[in-house]
Design a protein around this ligand. Structure first.
Ligand code: HDE
Length: 734
């Protein structure tokens, strides 16, 4: 893997240089990109011809047709100007409705590769043919915020996969959290209304920290497990590239013999699962609202292609009732100690979109889109989803949304669905029904093709009632299982998140009830939160005993990469005039060799001169004597980087020490528990910057590799960053 990343920097430069020439060349073997190619045009092509939408050349695109009087004074603009009218009309109608949930998102292309066929479970070709590269489109999203909201808010992240298989499109519309707030789809409008901005004032934007959200949580005990996840570090990911994904619902796999197994889909990032700390997330929401979107694009541009292992958890029909939970209840995980994950393939994202609207905004997912060999289950959330997604696309995109380039399958589409607004297909022939006198098997209603989609023939009996199965009534065991499985640091983050959120609720009934609910899960947790937010301190009698059961795979610490890496991590290198060029060059080269992205930060974005070099402060050209920084200290903030290195040099260290913004940078990075390295004279500056009276330096560090020495920082070591938990770090010493 490291060799892939070593190519990264050179590749970036090449790619940037040739980007404009490549724009209209087919540079891919990805079948989906090739499929979309005829619809792709080059807006950067040198063109002196502007036309109307009907193709007529326009000679002036800057002036509306006007009545000009003989003195040259312009009179009114004339409505008869069909060219101006067309332009304005097109603009007036540019917006389409944003998604009712998951409005804010970003996407990329990639491909899926299977390594372990599963014929015993499924007849799906994509799950059996290891020679295929199945094209994919993936869209990441937040749930509650509107399309222009910030990326780093506390929220569940959508993680929707579209596989363009040779047998039709298969969509797994997943999240980065394995469970959901509700058990039955009929409650979806309520849970979303309660989480979205409140109706009287449309406040707050993209937040769960308000009365209605928490009111709903209390009134629906089934939501408890999910809100524990939403308050955990999973809800503030460091990067889309560092999130797990889950299909959440229970699907089924059907094999050639017509046998069925129940399945959950799960995908785990090669880079491990990492999060921001809350203060970073809050600040980034203002400093760089596009932080996650840019991070994904940056990685793909740098050819540091994000990759996930794709896995399944399988339960046979015979075992479906063998668990204490109902396997069709989406508020429950299938604990990995009971149902292990089998990784059978992997997918990689290797191409950014050419145009956001046509691809990322117009892509439309449907849980009901499955391929032969994959089926549904009686999970009542999934049943409702299968209705909802198709329906919502009609409002958003119109009835012919499946003909849009990003949505259309790469295999042939053949049926007699016809017409509707914006139909793009032209069907030749005199018939529009099936079967007809021209069909190959005119007497057959269906071809009987075993490769076609066949529903699993399940038996239905019983009465029609508005009920769920009895085991759906247990709500707290898995909230406890999740909380117990977290590390101490993750638990403390969860406590702080609850304290933050409930502090934003001003209706006492809301925060008092939630602290009461917490006591059902864990008494010490309820105590801490009650103290913080003004809830009633629960007594031990209100708590069900927490038996302390844990399961693997729930803590992020279980999901660190097997081979630690700093590849794709953003590392700031601080310099000022008089810095030590040799040390700077060596450190930057070492970081790049490991695949990290380095950014030079200085008091100004103008030439910075190393020690011993004559300076020309008025020179605009890169004389080769110094280094041009990527950003100045005010323009980029420590929150945007994973780690910080302060370059030695007596004068440089002194300048930084006297620069309030530089001191703030270092203190803030320290406060966010980032790895900070310094050498030579920079060590004293670093110590001085963070050794404020009253600052507690004894951070508890969990990562084995982080050296627990907070004294003199003399060398760079990768441990904490490679661990990359986002919530450990601190000084690195020898
Ligand atoms: Fe969705 N959800 N959802 N959802 N969902 C939508 O479809 C819905 C649920 C998820 O990037 C909508 O195209 C219902 C669970 C993602 O385009 C809508 C229920 C999970 C995306 C809809 C759920 C999800 C959506 C809005 C309860 C995790 C974004 C726009 C039964 C497994 C997809 C759209 C994208 C989007 C309905 C619950 C994930 C309205 C009724 C559980 C990732 O159809």
């Amino acid at each position: 893997m490291s060799s892939t990343f070593q190519r990264m920097q050179e590749a970036l430069n090449d790619a940037k240089r040739s980007a404009s020439q490549k724009i209209n060349e087919v540079t891919t073997t990805n079948d989906k990109i090739l499929d979309m190619w005829p619809n792709t045009s080059d807006a950067q092509k040198k063109e002196n011809r502007m036309t109307t939408d009907h193709g007529v050349k326009v000679h002036d695109t800057d002036h509306w047709l006007k009545a000009i009087d003989p003195t040259g004074r312009a009179g009114p603009s004339l409505l008869e100007d069909q060219i101006a009218r067309e332009k304005i009309h097109r603009f007036d109608h540019e917006r389409i409705p944003e998604r009712v949930v998951h409005a804010r998102g970003t996407g990329a292309h990639g491909y899926f590769k299977l390594h372990t066929p599963i014929p015993e479970l499924s007849s799906a070709k994509i799950l059996n043919d290891t020679t295929r590269n199945t094209p994919m489109f993936v869209r990441f999203s937040t749930v509650l915020g509107s399309r222009g909201s910030a990326d780093t808010v506390r929220d569940v992240r959508g993680f929707a996969l579209k596989f363009y298989t040779d047998e039709g499109n298969w969509d797994i519309v997943g999240n980065n959290i394995p469970v959901f707030f509700i058990q039955d789809a009929i409650k979806f409008p309520d849970v979303i209304h309660a989480g979205k901005p409140e109706p009287h004032n449309e406040v707050p934007q993209a937040q769960t920290a308000h009365n209605n959200f928490w009111d709903f949580q209390y009134l629906h005990p089934e939501a408890t497990h999910m809100f524990f996840w939403a308050m955990s570090d999973r809800a503030i990911p460091r990067s889309y590239r560092m999130m797990q994904g889950f299909g959440v619902n229970t699907f089924s796999l059907i094999n050639d013999k017509g046998e069925r197994h129940f399945v959950k889909f799960i995908w785990t990032p090669e880079l491990g699962v990492h999060s921001l700390v809350w203060d970073e997330a809050l600040k980034l929401a203002g400093q760089d609202p596009d932080f996650h979107r840019k991070d994904l694009m940056e990685a793909i541009e740098n050819r540091a292609y994000p990759k996930w292992k794709f896995g399944i958890q399988v339960i046979s029909e015979a075992d479906q009732d063998s668990f204490e939970f109902d396997i069709f209840d989406a508020t429950k995980v299938w604990p990995e100690d009971l149902v292990p994950v089998r990784y059978i393939g992997e997918f990689t994202l290797d191409r950014n979109v050419d145009e956001f609207f046509s691809e990322t905004e117009q892509v439309a997912f449907c849980t009901s889109h499955v391929v032969p060999g994959v089926g549904f289950s009686d999970d009542p959330l999934l049943q409702g989803r299968n209705f909802s997604y198709f329906d919502t696309q009609i409002t958003r995109l119109g009835i012919n949304w499946e003909q849009l380039p990003i949505n259309r399958p790469i295999c042939p589409v053949m049926n007699f669905n016809r017409d509707g607004a914006l139909n793009h297909r032209i069907h030749k022939g005199t018939v529009n029904y099936w079967p007809n006198r021209f069909s190959a098997t005119p007497d057959a209603k269906s071809s009987g093709d075993p490769a076609a989609y066949h529903e699993f023939a399940s038996t239905l009996t019983g009465a029609k009632l508005r009920l769920n199965a009895p085991k759906f009534k247990e709500h707290f065991n898995q909230a406890r299982l999740f909380y117990n499985s977290l590390s101490a640091i993750e638990q403390s983050h969860l406590q702080q998140a609850l304290a933050f959120e409930l502090d934003h609720c001003d209706d006492p009934i809301v925060y008092k009830r939630i602290t009461e609910r917490l006591a059902d899960i864990d008494l010490p947790l309820a105590h801490t939160v009650a103290q913080m937010v003004g809830g009633d301190i629960p007594s031990s009698s209100t708590s069900t005993t927490n038996q302390g059961r844990k399961a693997p795979g729930l803590s992020q610490l279980d999901l660190l990469p097997t081979t630690p890496t700093i590849a794709t991590r953003r590392i700031a290198i601080l310099i000022a005039d008089g810095f030590d060029l040799a040390a700077f060059t060596a450190i930057r080269a070492a970081l790049k060799a490991e695949g990290a992205l380095t950014f030079v930060i200085a008091p100004r974005r103008h030439m910075i001169y190393p020690s011993g070099v004559s300076r020309d402060p008025n020179s605009n050209s890169d004389s080769g004597k110094g280094v041009m920084p990527d950003h100045h200290l005010e323009g980029a903030r420590s929150t945007m980087f994973d780690a910080l290195f302060i370059t030695p040099g007596a004068e440089s260290a002194l300048t930084l020490r006297e620069n309030g913004r530089a001191v703030h940078w270092v203190r803030e990075a320290f406060g966010h528990l980032k790895v900070i390295g310094a050498l030579g004279e920079a060590v004293a500056f670093l110590q001085e910057a963070v050794l404020l009276p009253g600052v507690q330096l004894a951070i508890e560090v969990e990562s084995k590799e982080v050296v627990k020495s907070y004294g003199v920082v003399t060398a760079w070591k990768w441990g904490a960053l490679q661990g990359g938990e986002g919530f450990v770090g601190g000084f690195v010493g020898e």
